[in-house]
Every structure is written in structure tokens, then in C-alpha cells.
Design a protein around this ligand. Structure first.
Ligand SMILES: Cc1ncc(C[n+]2csc(CCOP(=O)(O)OP(=O)(O)O)c2C)c(N)n1
Ligand code: SF4
Length: 390
């Protein structure tokens, strides 16, 4: 039977909308005992075409500027009624609402210490009203209010560092995530909701309409934003940076920019090429100041395999034996999937024994891969070195 999602299908988001995927990941991870206050914006509009709604949890409309205030009232009422232990409150909005119009309401909510998770779906502009720039629009992106032309390369200013600004309120949890890494999004939602007090999560959600990219490339665009260093995946706990997704081999920013029409003008002139260098400098600066670069591990050569007998039987690994092949300190990296043990040591993506800071070698990954958007096909050409016992 298909899984029942708490954001049902049948809504009216554009094809490839990253926000639709992000919101479904969030509410599914939060579970049915959740109340959501939603600022107006694309998410509100495409999930509620009167008289229908796609939400399978209690959900309330709020103005563009006050989802955090509405959520604060809900949380205060639940607290008064003694129901806060069983119910989670989420306030959610786009980046225009979060970074600009609703900014002071969020700051107040955080300062008052409400037990609320605030989720910002960051598509880098006011998409619902026709792609106007927000303070989260990236440098040099062309929008309807920062159009690129003879005298301009698009938006002239940098993005506000919202996760840091909100972390500076002294809240217990402030983090970023991306729809390119759905398991990480859901893990962070659950982690945040397990913490009492105010939490902030900013999710990177490409918008094919506003960014002018092929709707089938949403996942690739989101992934490249992380792999270039332009959108760091980080966590602050109690104001301290506690984790950052490492990048083994940062991609040049051109790979990310060239997929999107909002940056097309940068590829049309020598002056545009100079602008791309400035965007590369933004990515490099993120990588440096947040320590995103994964240090190359010095791998020792693998021990020579035993000469093969005629028809070698696959070695049986117990979980304890598998755990020794963790890819660290020059040891080979093995993972188990559906009973087979694969050697992933030769894959750059498993450098140092973990994959993108998400999956650790030496483990059975069957469950983790089941809910990933990709995975099984990546194992096809890997050497099978044994079977998982039991
Ligand atoms: C005070 C106020 N100003 C403007 C609007 C019109 N308005 C509604 S949604 C929206 C843009 C929403 O942008 P964002 O929060 O980034 O969400 P997105 O649509 O991009 O997901 C605007 C300008 C409004 N509803 N209220
Ligand atoms: S305009 Fe962008 S954010 Fe809005 S529904 Fe379409 S793809 Fe999603």
C-alpha cells in the first residue's frame, strides 16, 4: 500500500517545485500531531484552492508577515491547556516572508522562547507574486525587480545570513537543509522537534519558474548549490556551529549557474565572466569560513586479496565484522544493502568512509536507501565482497 503523506497530492504547484517536495518531507517527518501556521506565499496558495486543501494536519492561514505570531498564540494556548507535550507547532513561510516582511515577528517568537519549529522554504525571491527580489535572492540573479540589462547584472547585494542571525538569538537549534538530501531534511525536522524551545530550519527549494531551469533538474540544481559551496548545510546548537556537510571536491559555480535562466546574462559578455568570479569568491568564502572542505584521507593500499579458489563462496559478515570496514584511517569502506556487502572504497563520494556526511561505511544501509531518492542504481557496478549474516 502506498504511504499516506500528510501533504496530499493533487495540489497545484508547478512541475518540479522544490517547495512542494520540501513541505511534504517536513510534515511527514513531523507526524500527524502537528499544527501548522503558514504565511501567505506559493506554498499556501498551491495547497489550498478553496474549498479544498492538501493538508492532512490542522493548518491555518496567516498574513504574509505574521506566521510566527499566529504560531506563538497556538503554542501559548496548547501550553495553557497542558497539551504541548503531545502536539508540535510549526510556523512556515517562504524566504520573502521570513527574511523581510515577517522578520520582526520571528525575532519576537524566538526571543520569547516559544516551543515552535520555524521552517523557511528558501527559493530566493517572492515567487507567488511574480518573482520579485527578496533579501535572500542571490547576488547577480535577475528578477522582475532586479532585471539584468545594459546597466545591471541583477541583484546587487548579498543574501542575509539568516541561520546565523537566528542562531544569534541564543536559540537551541538553527540549521539548513536541502531538498537534494531528503533524509537529512527529515532527520533535522525530527531532531528539532525533539528539542523544547524555538528552532529554525531553512530548506533550499529550487523554483523552476522563477529560476528558469528545467523542472526535471530541481534535484541537480539543489545538489550543485551544496557542492559548489553556495548553499552550506550546517547546524548551530545554542549559537555554536556544530556540524557542516563536507564537500570533497567543490564544483565550479558555473556548473550551478549555467542551468538557470536567471543567471544566463552572466555568460554573455567578458564583464559577465568577471561577475562569475565574484560569485565563485562567495562560494570559496563559505567553504573557508565554515570549514566545508573534506580533508583527503591518506588511504593505505588495500591488502592483496587471497588467491581465489575455483568458485569462491561469498564471505559472510556479521554486523560487527562489517563495522570494521569503515573506510577510516586507510581501512576499506564496505556497506551492506539487501543482504549483500559492497566495497565502496574506490568511490570518491565515500572518501574518508562517509557519503556527504549522511551515510557511514561499515553499516547496513538498506533502510536508509529505501527512502532516498537515489541509491540502488549506484551500487550496480560495485564489487560484491560478501553477504551479511543473519
Ligand atoms: C504585507 C503584504 N505585502 C505583500 C503581500 C503580497 N504577497 C503575498 S505572497 C507574496 C510573496 C511571497 O514570497 P515568499 O514569502 O518568498 O514565498 P514564495 O511565494 O516565494 O514561496 C507577496 C509579496 C501581502 N500578502 N502582504
Ligand atoms: S512558482 Fe516556484 S515556488 Fe511557486 S509553485 Fe511554482 S515552482 Fe513552486
Amino acid at each position: 500500500m502506498a504511504t499516506k503523506h500528510l501533504l496530499a497530492s493533487g495540489h497545484t504547484a508547478c512541475a518540479g517545485c522544490g517547495q512542494a517536495t520540501g513541505a511534504r518531507l517536513v510534515v511527514d517527518a513531523a507526524g500527524p500531531n502537528t499544527i501548522i501556521a503558514n504565511s501567505t506565499g506559493c506554498l499556501e496558495v498551491f495547497t489550498n484552492i478553496y474549498p479544498r486543501t492538501a493538508w492532512e494536519v490542522p493548518w491555518i492561514h496567516s498574513l504574509f508577515e505574521n506566521a510566527a505570531s499566529v504560531a506563538s498564540g497556538i503554542e501559548a494556548a496548547l501550553s495553557y491547556l497542558g497539551k504541548l507535550d503531545n502536539t508540535r507547532v510549526i510556523a512556515q513561510a517562504g524566504d520573502g516572508s521570513t527574511a523581510d516582511i515577517g522578520f520582526q515577528a520571528i525575532s519576537g517568537m524566538l526571543e520569547r522562547g516559544h516551543d515552535i519549529l520555524y521552517v523557511c522554504y528558501d527559493n530566493g525571491a517572492y515567487m507567488n507574486t511574480g518573482v520579485q527580489r527578496s533579501s535572500q535572492t542571490p547576488f547577480d540573479a535577475s528578477t522582475t525587480t532586479t532585471p539584468a540589462g545594459k546597466k545591471s547584472f541583477g541583484k546587487k547585494t548579498l543574501r542575509k545570513d539568516l541561520p546565523l542571525i537566528f542562531a544569534a538569538h541564543g536559540i537551541p537549534y538553527s540549521a539548513t537543509a536541502s531538498v537534494a538530501f531528503p533524509t537529512d531534511v527529515q532527520r533535522k525536522v525530527k531532531r528539532a522537534l525533539d528539542i523544547r524551545g524555538p528552532k529554525y530550519l531553512q530548506i533550499f527549494v529550487p523554483c523552476p519558474l522563477g529560476w528558469r531551469h528545467d523542472p526535471s533538474l530541481t534535484y541537480d540544481v539543489a545538489r550543485l548549490a551544496v557542492e559548489t559551496g553556495l548553499f552550506p548545510i550546517i547546524e548551530y546548537r545554542d549559537g555554536e556551529l556544530t556540524s557542516a556537510r563536507k564537500i570533497s571536491d567543490p564544483k565550479p559555480v558555473e556548473e550551478y549557474l549555467k542551468l538557470q535562466g536567471r543567471f544566463r546574462h552572466l555568460f554573455a559578455s567578458p564583464e559577465g565572466a568577471e561577475e562569475i568570479k565574484k560569485i565563485q569568491a562567495i562560494a570559496d568564502d563559505n567553504i573557508r569560513k565554515l570549514g566545508l572542505l573534506r580533508e583527503k584521507s591518506k588511504k593505505e593500499p588495500e591488502p592483496e586479496p587471497e588467491p581465489a579458489e575455483e568458485a569462491p563462496e561469498l564471505k559472510k559478515f556479521t554486523s560487527e565484522e562489517l563495522a570494521k570496514f569503515d573506510g577510516k584511517d586507510g581501512r576499506p569502506a564496505y556497506i551492506a544493502y539487501k543482504g549483500k556487502v559492497y566495497d565502496v572504497s574506490a568511490r570518491d563520494l565515500w572518501d574518508g568512509g562517509d557519503h556527504m556526511g549522511l551515510h557511514e561505511a561499515g553499516n547496513d544501509m538498506t533502510e536508509e536507501l529505501e527512502d532516498a531518492t537515489h541509491g540502488e542504481e549506484n551500487l550496480e557496478d560495485l564489487p560484491v565482497v560478501g553477504e551479511l549474516a543473519g
